[in-house]
Design a protein around this ligand. Structure first.
Ligand SMILES: Cc1cc2nc3c(=O)[nH]c(=O)nc-3n(C[C@H](O)[C@H](O)[C@H](O)COP(=O)(O)OP(=O)(O)OC[C@H]3O[C@@H](n4cnc5c(N)ncnc54)[C@H](O)[C@@H]3O)c2cc1C
Length: 315
């Protein structure tokens, strides 16, 4: 029997989330004594990238009809291949809709946002995030099969090379439910959910004309940029950058929050970050309670100085 894992790609290129999902599937397989089979839809990247993290087999689905994403059609593709009792996804935006569809198609239990290897695999029991990351719970699958989504950056990418084999599977799945009317691309160079470092700013920046210093800092750090909800609501930044309860939930290694008060709805999307740095001129700003490091001061002085210091360090 194999542990199956969905390896997500974007325009054919594997996401870091795919490597983390394969690493996690390998950790389960080490417990159950199974092999790992990765499934990917229309990848252009080499399967070698997945063998590196422990995939014993990679099934590459070729289906021109799946060029445009549809949760139902993608779930159907995975359903046709994954005939094991454990199926792993990364908790990405796409997988958040594919995994529940697949759970219904297979009549499996679904446990989302898991953050550790299972405590037991029979019955399947695992620790997961609860209450928007403010708590944890131990969830037990009560169906014979289980689908898990792994919270991004919770387990990490772990090399565990396998001498894998590849199978190409031609499918032809009806994908008539989705018509792409507009494809909004994030303006940043990096995918926000994949980024190791995120520089985020809020209303404290006063206006969109002041984001140059945020982008400069992000560039020297190799970071993605994010923002609070009001900032995207009033059009200072694109909605793709909005993080929080109603925006993207992210968990980078380093989250730098500039001129953001730290409302509970904002924290809901960022409180899983490994290290949080808060820069705010109000020492009473609630964000400082969640910060690992805090700087009380004017962002307009601190950010350019910080950028220059980092540039000098790098030089
Ligand atoms: C149902 C619901 C869902 C929501 N979802 C989200 C969500 O997903 N994400 C989200 O972000 N919000 C969300 N909100 C809004 C949230 O409640 C806050 O209103 C919002 O996060 C505040 O944004 P902000 O911190 O940028 O602005 P503000 O609260 O106005 O804070 C600005 C901060 O900048 C600081 N500042 C000002 N000048 C400077 C300076 N020169 N240097 C340094 N600091 C400075 C101030 O001290 C202040 O702390 C939601 C609200 C509701 C009701």
């Amino acid at each position: 029997m194999a542990v199956f894992v969905y390896a997500e790609n974007i325009n054919g290129v594997y996401k870091k989330a795919a490597f983390e999902a394969v690493s996690y599937a390998k950790a389960i397989a080490a417990k159950t004594g199974d092999s790992v089979t990765a499934i990917s839809i229309n990848p252009t990247d080499s399967s070698d990238l997945l063998y590196k993290y422990g995939a014993d087999k990679v099934v590459n689905v070729k289906d021109a009809g799946l060029k445009n994403f549809s949760a139902k059609a993608y779930a159907e593709a995975v359903n046709q291949i994954a005939d094991g009792n454990i199926i792993v996804f990364s908790h990405t935006t796409d997988a958040s809709s594919v995994a529940p569809m697949l759970a219904i198609q297979k009549n499996y239990s679904l446990i989302t946002n898991v953050i550790d290897v299972p405590e037991s695999t029979s019955p399947f029991q695992v620790k997961r995030k609860a209450f928007s990351g403010k708590g944890f719970m131990h969830a037990k699958a009560d169906a014979a099969g289980v689908i898990v989504t792994v919270s991004q950056n919770a387990f990490g990418v772990k090399e565990n090379a396998a001498s894998g084999s590849e199978e190409v599977k031609e499918l032809s799945i009806a994908n008539e439910d989705t018509k792409v009317v507009n494809h909004e691309q994030s303006s940043g160079k990096l995918d926000l959910k994949e980024a190791e470092i995120v520089v985020s700013a809020g209303r404290g920046l006063k206006g969109p004309e002041n984001w140059g210093m945020i982008e400069d800092l992000a560039n020297v750090l190799g970071a993605a940029t994010a923002c609070s909800k009001p900032v995207s609501d009033i059009g200072w930044r694109p909605h793709t950058e909005h993080v929080g309860q109603t925006g993207k939930a992210i968990s980078p290694n380093l989250y730098i929050a500039v001129g953001i008060s730290g409302a509970i709805q904002h924290l809901a999307g960022v409180n899983s970050s490994k290290t949080i740095v808060v820069i705010n001129n109000d020492a009473e700003a609630p964000f400082f309670k969640s910060a690992d490091y805090g700087v009380v001061g004017d962002a307009f002085q601190i950010i350019p100085a910080l950028t220059e210091k980092i540039k000098a360090l790098k030089a």
